[in-house]
Design a protein around this ligand. Structure first.
Ligand SMILES: *Cc1c(COP(=O)(O)O)cnc(C)c1O
Length: 356
């Protein structure tokens, strides 16, 4: 038998070169991000009827979130320019991703996170990848404002989604969805925090259509958490609160991009409660075998809400982006799931507990 090299994935820059700004080969920094599965949900019919639901599981990216798609572009761009260091403000996943890609590029990473407000998995990643982690006594929004000031005055490249290369890399997820389905979905549901990702998906869908690769566009359905829903409320939220720490943002940088995605696609930006988020989070892991972090489940919570409102119909193809892996936030998982049963090391007791 011959060992053949079939379909090996080389990361989003090499995979989608002709759709991305040019990066020299020697500047490409990749951990082979992207090419994530689109998983058909099959056990939610009692709630969703006959809509076709697909889960774009971004938790299987190298650092466990979609941020890697943008980070490969942003860090490669920094390297190409000869930059020695990157900086970001983060609710957690951007810091994990920036730290990993900077390590791969042998660059320094500075990450500013709101003190005590990021999930343990994410903090552990930034620390292990050797970033300088600065826990700021303030919100994400304050940290981002500081990062913007610093990059204007010091030789360090900003890798937040205000860096346009981040959006470029992230749009590749929309390409993959189209390739998997053979067309764009009817609806695309996505959590909205700083609003870079909804902006990126919409850009990706539009590019595939304008190049004639697809002939349709989805309606973009963005979901914020009720306690952190500046776009829905039409004004910044000074003290954003939600269990979904990845979208705990009061003044999104890509606010305008989110509104454009909503308006051009005739979609919506709406909100879901923490209770709805946690319910969807539990359904995804217990019924579909897909463990995502709480913020990711805002997309399914949005689908459930829109199904109840009769916005969705049987036969619609609905894609949910599940933005990050459930292991990122073990504390919330353990707080919300059924507790383990403590039992003696005794076969009779164990079998009894098992219900046999
Ligand atoms: C960053 C992030 C979001 C929010 O994405 P934006 O581009 O900031 O809107 C949602 N979920 C997870 C897990 C994230 O890491």
């Amino acid at each position: 038998m011959q060992l053949t090299r079939k379909g090996l994935w080389e990361g989003v820059i090499r995979g989608y070169r002709e759709f991305l700004p040019r990066v020299n080969d020697e500047s490409i920094v990749t951990l082979k991000e992207g090419n994530t599965p689109l998983i058909e949900a099959v056990n939610l019919k009692d709630i969703l009827g006959d809509i076709r639901l697909l889960l774009k599981y971004e938790g299987v990216n190298p650092t466990g979130s979609f941020k890697d798609r943008g980070m490969t572009m942003a860090v490669s761009g920094a390297k190409q320019e000869g930059s020695q260091a990157v900086i970001c403000a983060s609710t957690g996943n951007t810091s994990a991703s920036a730290a990993a890609y900077a390590a791969k590029a042998s660059m320094k990473a500075f990450v500013l996170v709101p003190e005590g407000a990021i999930a343990k998995g994410k903090l552990s990643q930034a620390m292990m990848h050797g970033a300088m982690v600065l826990e700021v006594k303030g919100s994400f929004d304050e940290a981002l404002a500081i990062v913007i000031e610093i990059t204007a005055n010091y030789p360090v490249t900003m890798v937040n989604s205000l860096n346009p290369l981040r959006i470029e890399g992230q749009k590749t997820a929309a390409f993959e969805v189209c390739e998997h389905l053979g067309h764009a979905p009817t609806y695309h549901f996505i959590p909205v925090g700083n609003a870079g990702n909804i902006t990126a998906y919409w850009k990706g869908y539009k590019e595939y259509r304008s190049k004639g690769i697809t002939s349709n566009l989805p309606k973009m359905m963005g979901f914020q958490a009720e306690g952190a829903a500046p776009i829905v409320r039409g004004e910044p939220v000074t003290d954003p609160r939600t269990v979904a720490s990845a979208i705990r943002i009061g003044n999104p940088a890509s606010w305008k991009g989110a509104l454009e995605a909503r308006d051009e696609s005739e979609g919506t930006i709406d909100m879901v409660s923490d209770e709805e988020i946690l319910e969807a989070y539990g359904l995804l892991s217990s019924r579909e075998g897909v463990f995502c972090e709480p913020a990711s489940a805002a997309s399914l919570a949005g689908v459930i809400k829109k199904k109840k409102e009769d916005v969705l119909s049987d036969g619609d193809t609905v894609v949910c982006t599940l933005t990050g892996h459930g292991l990122k936030d073990p504390d919330i998982a353990i707080e919300t799931a059924r507790e383990p049963v403590k039992v003696a090391a005794d076969i009779d007791k164990i079998v009894e507990v098992m219900g046999f």
